[in-house]
Design a protein. Structure first.
Lengths: 221, 445
């Protein structure tokens, strides 16, 4: 299994490469942003371990370039900064997992195997309806102007349900099946609250209400 | 404010604004006074002249149109103080004689009523007069009567009055300036004391501003003192943190270095393990202190978007735990702001959600709500929960890291500290599905 390790601390990179090779990976090491971008595009890796603080730039740039060029290999980010916002930014840029330094090699290998497994058989699956694109892997909504919105679990499932059959009326009961919550008897108000929130994202007319019947996704708006 | 580009001082601005306005208004009042004075005097004179003409006419009618029989001379002058002219076909009477060139043309022809006559006259006749002319007939005799007054004299006395008004106005302006100056100086006095207090603060003579500031400056003083308080607190905290850190970090470093320097000692497995454990300790301490020192606490001018931040965090945890569902339940608008520092809110929500994510079976739910001016965040999972006897020790500060329940470790302690910094509370209980439910309740400040 070929793996790209982007890390500028030579001691850490060498040590890590030895351990990863013991675990069955064949490792290429680079410490430069430019080289990493090219390697990721030309070679066929199964996974990438990406350090964020590189001498000639940020690892996030590498990641964004890859994702912009439809290179969807699983990426695990390594960084010394363990801030929540950093994690959010890393995942928004397209990372699959995140590990703060220092870490135990066993944990890194376990996480790497997990993201590799998850990415297996993963296809670029997108639900398109009208001006909107729903990315199933990233659980996010892309608007026509390229902005991406993160969705929570239920928001995503509701939207996927509605967008899978545009202009088809879904009853509240049908939509309720998409709902996971800890309340034993979810009320219809919950669905209404979710619809209100989704309308804020896609616009008020895109999700239309059919009084007494339910909701439909209008892809012609 | 295009007239003055940048006011140098409040005092200057007030003076620049009030002085011209005061002077302008005074000048206007003076001009209006002049106009009114002019008009009133003229009307008064006119009505008197008219009365006198009527009296003369009456006299002439009494005497049957014979002017000769009129008691002229001193009598009229005494009664009227005015000059007059009477003309009948037989006789023309003008008093005093020197006014003849002025009154003669008017006697011969002219409109009835008040007229102003101007002429460069001789030394003993005035150059400008106001005359009232009346023509009537007694039997068949046409008679013209004119009574007139020297306008020059009137104008002179008017001008004198007007000049006095000007002098009084100027005096009033000077008084006004003095009053304005006094007012500004008096009302600016607290600022001066404030300035002095700030100077003393800068020099380190005082540590807080204790000035009886006027109402308008009270919030300013309060904010300044609050800022100073939080600066002091921060300094104290970072000193404490650094002291703790160096204490707990230097010893393991010394031990590890000792082992590495000793070339004769073989690095066997137990020793490697020991060294790794020491490094692990350093990392834990570093992490704990860093996260403690990162949070800000309540701060002026800081606010966060709870729904937006919660959505991002839920999404991120959903990516990290793809088999679990992270849900948001909130009626708050996306644009709603809470007066919490953004990083602090992230730390609170992130730690609670991450913790719940670790323990949950399938679902984690975050509720954000506002209740009577309180911000409430509730995180509930469907995991195994925590035994009721160990709930009180969750996230309690002072417990050493290694003594804290695994998985509910540092993160919850940080959450508790941040919550308390905002004057809120963190409580735990058992949720509807038996999982742990964390409740944060922060009063709106």
């Amino acid at each position: 299994m070929r793996l790209l390790l982007v890390e500028d601390d030579r001691l850490l990179a060498d040590g890590l490469a030895r351990q990863l090779e013991k675990a069955g990976f064949s490792v290429d090491i680079t410490s430069m942003v430019r080289e990493a971008v090219v390697l990721g595009e030309q070679e066929d890796y199964r996974a990438v371990v990406l350090d964020l603080g590189l001498p000639d730039g940020s690892g996030l740039e590498v990641l964004k370039k890859w994702r912009a060029n439809q290179i969807n290999l699983p990426v695990l980010i390594l960084t010394a900064r363990g801030d929540w916002q950093d994690k959010v930014n890393g995942l928004k840029a397209g990372a699959d997992d995140y590990l703060a330094k220092p870490f135990q090699t066993e944990e890194l290998i376990a996480r790497l195997n997990a993201i590799v497994r998850r990415s297996e058989g993963r296809v670029h699956s997108v639900v398109k309806a009208g001006r909107f694109e729903l990315d199933e892997n990233r659980q996010s909504l892309k608007l026509a102007d390229g902005t991406e919105h993160t969705l929570t679990g239920t928001e995503f499932r509701l939207l996927r349900c509605l967008m899978s059959r545009p202009r088809h009326v879904f009853s509240k009961e049908q939509l309720m099946e998409q709902l996971y919550n800890l309340n034993d008897s979810p009320s219809e108000n919950v669905i209404e609250a979710y619809i209100r929130r989704l309308r804020k994202l896609v616009g008020p007319d895109t999700i239309a209400t059919r009084r007494g019947q339910g909701y439909l996704f209008n892809d012609t708006v | 404010m295009t007239l003055f580009k940048k006011p140098v001082s409040v005092k200057g601005t007030l003076l620049v604004l009030l002085l011209p306005a005061g002077i302008g208004l005074m000048v206007l009042a003076w001009l209006v006074h002049g106009l009114l004075l002019d008009r009133m005097a003229r009307e008064f004179v006119e009505s008197r002249l008219k009365d006198e003409v009527a009296f003369l006419e009456h006299q002439i009618r009494e005497s049957g149109g014979r002017i000769d029989t009129l008691q002229t001379g001193d009598y009229f002058q005494e009664v009227f103080h005015h000059s007059f002219a009477i003309q009948s076909p037989f006789r023309t009477l003008i008093s005093p004689e020197s006014w003849t060139p002025l009154l003669m043309p008017l006697l011969e022809s002219g409109p009835d009523g008040a007229t102003q006559v101007d002429r460069r006259g001789s030394a003993d006749s005035p150059s400008s007069i106001l005359a009232y002319r009346a023509s009537f007939r007694i039997g068949d005799t046409p008679i013209v009567v004119i009574v007139s007054e020297d306008l020059g004299a009137l104008k002179r006395s008017q001008a004198e009055l007007h000049a006095w008004t000007a002098i009084v106005s100027i005096l009033l302006i000077v008084l006004l300036v003095a009053v304005i100056w006094l007012g500004i100086t008096l009302s600016m006095r607290p600022v001066v004391t404030l300035k002095a207090a700030l100077k003393r603060l800068q020099d380190g003579e005082i540590s807080r501003i204790a000035v009886q500031a006027p109402e308008e400056f009270q919030p300013l003083v309060q904010q300044l003192n609050q800022l100073l308080d939080s600066l002091d607190q921060r300094l104290e905290r970072s000193r404490d943190a650094l002291a703790n850190l160096s204490h707990s970090v230097k010893t393991p470093i010394a031990a590890t270095r000792q082992i590495l320097e000793d070339t004769s000692r073989p690095l066997d497995a137990p020793l490697r393990h020991e060294m790794a454990a020491r490094l692990g300790d350093i990392d834990k301490q570093l992490e704990a202190e860093m996260r403690r020192s990162r949070f800000a606490g309540p701060q002026v001018g800081k606010s966060a978007y709870p729904v937006k931040q919660a959505r991002d965090l839920l999404w991120m945890l959903g990516r990290l735990y793809p088999e679990k569902s992270f849900e948001l339940s909130s009626e708050l608008m996306e644009e709603r702001r809470w007066p919490l520092e953004e990083h602090d809110l992230n730390e609170v929500l992130g730690n609670l959600l991450d913790n719940a994510g670790k323990w949950s079976e399938k679902t984690v739910e975050l509720s954000l709500l506002e209740e009577d001016g309180r911000m409430i965040m509730r995180v509930e999972d469907d995991g195994p929960g925590v035994h009721s006897e160990s709930v009180p020790s969750l996230g309690v500060r002072g417990l050493r890291l290694d003594e804290q329940t695994p998985g509910h470790g540092l993160g919850l302690a940080i959450v508790r500290e941040i919550t308390e910094r905002y004057g809120g509370t963190l409580t735990f209980d058992t949720g509807a599905r038996g999982g742990l439910r964390a409740l944060i309740d922060i009063p709106w400040t």
